[in-house]
Design a protein around this ligand. Structure first.
Ligand SMILES: [Zn+2]
Length: 322
């Protein structure tokens, strides 16, 4: 499974960071999914291997502009790319009206169907071919969600050694046993395919969270989770300087929850523009402060996302920065 950060800045773009967008592709799949679509997400995609016609699902965490203003241009370009395959869009209530209004007023006619699913109390669970995805409500100034992505189980491995012990030659019988079918050997012995298949392999579980003031809300879902991707808009020092309540988390808030739940991997993103290089040069704030603050609370693998950076999550859930 690969995850590429298309934008890691909160609110507004900086020279180094665009606004929110995350691409996710499962192994052996040419289709991919997008989580949030800030303005200019389509420009960022031009610098990656992800192609718009292969985009199958878009999940929007919340309807603040830095998470959804890129939708209109991206969908219009997908149409100009001659994409015919339908696309599913999942997001908070209001997303249907937003898209329909913009396309009506701008007379944009897409060449593909859009299936829009609005998240509400009854509608929180979504199936994609490779996984089950659940939307969890967070605390923000407007409805905001985290997406819990639970990959489907894979069938257990075929026990070749056991088949060899039984004297079964490799060939069509192997195929039947692998499918769990019953097979009669020439000596009359009946074999049950299920005895030749190991335990099912649990799928990977990751959480991609939207803007959120209370990371504790995710605690019930972090069990057996391989990776949490969460905003860290501020450090405690910056939060103290910002008078208004912006309904965001500090690196410390998120790190405490990550430590409590003992998840092995944490990627922080959605950083305030105060951590941009220009500010860093003036020595006011440094992006390194965010990492140091998180590491003071969390002993797992902690990464700060950068634009256009890809992480590989292998079958065991281990993470490698590409
Ligand atoms: Zn935001």
């Amino acid at each position: 499974m690969k995850i590429t950060f298309l934008g890691t800045s909160s609110g507004l773009p900086t020279k180094e960071r665009n606004v929110s967008g995350i691409a996710l592709r499962f192994d052996q799949s040419s289709d991919w999914m997008l989580f949030d679509c800030g303005e200019a997400t389509q420009h960022q995609l031009l610098k990656t291997p992800y192609s718009l016609p292969k985009l199958s699902h878009i999940f929007i965490t919340h309807l603040h502009g830095d998470h959804c203003f890129g939708l209109f241009g991206l969908l219009a370009t997908r149409s100009l790319n001659n994409a015919q395959e339908p696309i599913s869009i999942i997001g908070p209530v209001g997303i249907k009206k937003l898209l329909e209004s913009v396309f009506k007023i701008t007379q944009t006619h897409l060449r593909f169907e859009i299936d829009i699913n609005e998240i509400d109390f009854q509608n929180t669970k979504f199936e994609i071919p490779q996984a089950h995805i659940e939307a969890i409500p967070l605390e923000h100034s407007i409805p905001s969600y985290a997406f819990v992505i639970q990959e489907n189980e894979k069938p257990g491995k075929f026990k070749v050694e056991l088949a060899k012990e039984k004297g079964i030659p490799s060939g069509p019988i192997y195929g039947k046993l692998k499918r769990g079918e019953k097979v009669m050997l020439p000596n009359g012995e009946i074999l049950n395919g299920n005895d030749f298949i190991g335990e099912p392999i649990t799928g990977r579980k990751i959480i991609i969270a939207g803007d959120n003031k209370t990371p504790d809300l995710l605690l019930p879902y972090l069990k057996n989770c391989n990776l949490l991707i969460h905003e860290a808009n501020y450090t405690e020092k910056v939060k103290a300087l910002v008078k208004d309540d912006f309904f965001h988390s500090t690196a410390r808030d998120v790190a405490i929850v990550a430590q409590k739940s003992r998840i092995p991997n944490l990627i922080l993103t959605h950083f305030s523009a105060r951590f941009s290089l220009e500010y860093s040069r003036a020595r006011k704030f440094s992006i390194d402060d965010v990492l140091q603050e998180a590491l003071a609370e969390y002993s797992g693998n902690c990464f700060l996302a950068k634009d256009l950076e890809t992480f590989n999550i292998n079958r065991n859930g281990d993470i490698e920065r590409k």
